[in-house]
Design a protein around this ligand. Structure first.
Ligand code: ATP
Length: 440
């Protein structure tokens, strides 16, 4: 249990050294890992800090293991040294001066951490709104200033001589105490309007409120969200779907008017129907599958024309698009699944539909539909004729669509109980072959 931290205490407010809090909150293997990184940085004569969400969450007593490390120097060179001395592998991004160190299997199993992000302190300037920024090397203070909200601008020094010292150049600690989200300058949302979505996500996750001026700036920047590329918006939406309760974030995006800017059909989709389904989805579905399920449910009640437009706008992947297309196809025949239809009819509608799409339909529709899906999944999908196409060819059916048609008829007969053993199946095949000869 982590001891409650009193942010007004001298040790935090004065020298503001958080090494005691770090020791209390982190596993010893993690402290060891931070010390290893710190020693490597010090041998290269550079300063290193853990920054951003980790520090914010540490102060809020919810420790994350997502370490963002910033060095005043060459992060790629540091990454190379860490890999050489401790194993693992490295990927680098020269343009941004960043590296990702993938820990060796041994370190990973000791710490549970798979990788560390190493970033060279940098500054960014935006040539024009919504464009990608120009990047230059900078100091830690300037690096912290390029961040979205003050609560993400805190850093903890990992140097051995001041290990644990808190850096708070932009007033982040006060805003954490006051539970308030504040941008660092009035152009922030204009420079990068995805911060509007990030603000709402953090506000809802942390239970913080937007500082008044920040709310005003956000409101004026809303139309700019329209100019952000689909993949960047999708990235933020996907992150939203990784949160505990994405429905509250979507509702807030509605309230502020962000969804409407993205596409008019996206507004006002959050109601008790959707909330109930999101909750059901969380109880039944694994974390990795949830984002696509949430997305398909969010769009479930829209017209196909709008679903296509929204998906194009958000540049969703072909895998997600396929789920949406299949959902639409099944919805077109949903009456079959709502009734006590013959098994062969249910199979006709559901054959070829992916498991994920079946989950979406099962969550969205009522119990009679779920029951049919369950029967299909448990039983019908496994029913096959004992005959193969090759055997039919040996009996004189020429290669082509006829073979498929006969096999389907035989499968339907098995499914509907019209035949129940191989003798009856053989009789049916004979009948179908005669029928075929008479027709041709
Ligand atoms: P968390 O803060 O909980 O880690 P997150 O997973 O969205 O949220 P990342 O996307 O990993 O955070 O970003 C790490 C840090 O980079 C954030 O703490 C934030 O300060 C900064 N950051 C990310 N995106 C932006 C942005 N669009 N503008 C400015 N700063 C950003």
């Amino acid at each position: 249990m982590v001891e409650q931290i009193d942010l007004t205490k001298e040790e935090v407010r004065g020298p503001r050294n958080l090494s005691r809090l770090l020791k209390q909150s982190l596993d010893s293997s993690h402290l060891e890992l931070l010390r290893t990184v710190s020693a490597a940085a010090s041998s290269q004569g550079i300063d290193i800090y853990v920054v951003g969400g980790f520090v914010r969450d540490l102060l809020l007593e919810s420790v994350s293991v997502d370490y963002d490390l910033v060095v005043e120097g060459d992060a790629i060179k540091l990454g190379r040294m860490l890999t050489k001395n401790n194993g693992g592998s490295l990927t680098v991004h020269r343009r941004f001066g960043t590296a990702k160190w993938y820990l060796s299997a041994k370190l990973k199993s000791e710490t549970g951490v798979s990788d560390l992000d190493l970033v060279s302190a940098r500054t960014e300037s935006y040539e024009r709104p919504t464009a990608l920024p120009e990047v230059k090397h900078g100091t830690i203070n300037l690096d912290l200033h390029r961040r979205d909200f003050s609560v993400n601008t805190l850093a903890i020094s990992l140097q051995s001589h001041d290990f644990g010292d808190l850096l708070d150049p932009w007033g982040g600690l006060k805003d954490i105490e006051e539970k308030c989200l504040r941008v660092l300058h009035s152009q922030s949302f204009v420079d990068d309007p995805t911060r509007v979505l990030r603000a709402v996500r953090l506000e809802q996750r942390l239970g913080f409120r937007l500082e008044d001026h920040t709310a005003e700036l956000m409101d004026s920047a809303l139309p700019l969200v329209d100019r952000v590329s689909g993949d960047r918006i999708w990235h933020e939406i996907e992150k939203t779907f990784g949160e505990e309760s994405p429905e509250t974030i979507l509702a807030r995006l509605d309230e502020i008017g962000v969804t409407g800017v993205l596409h008019s059909a996206l507004s006002d989709q959050v109601d008790s129907w959707l909330v109930e389904r999101f909750k059901d989805a969380r109880e039944r579905i694994s974390r990795e599958t949830l984002p696509v399920i949430y997305f398909a449910l969010w769009l479930y009640r829209m017209r196909w024309k709008d679903i296509k437009a929204v998906s194009r706008r958000l540049k969703v992947t072909s895998v997600i698009m396929r789920v949406l297309q299949q959902t639409e196809r099944v919805r077109g025949e949903i009456h079959v699944l709502k009734e006590l239809s013959k098994p062969s009819e249910v199979a006709r509608v559901l054959d070829g539909i992916s498991k994920v799409t079946l989950l979406v339909i099962g969550l969205a529709e009522d119990e009679s539909v779920s029951e049919n899906i369950r029967r299909y999944d448990d039983k019908y999908r496994h029913v096959k004729p004992t005959f193969s196409g090759l055997e039919l060819q040996e009996r004189g059916v020429s290669h082509g669509p006829r073979i498929g048609a006969i096999l389907r008829r035989v499968r339907s007969a098995w499914l509907d109980g019209d035949i129940s053993d191989t003798t009856e199946e053989e009789e049916l095949v004979q009948e179908l072959l005669i029928e075929k000869r008479q027709r041709s």
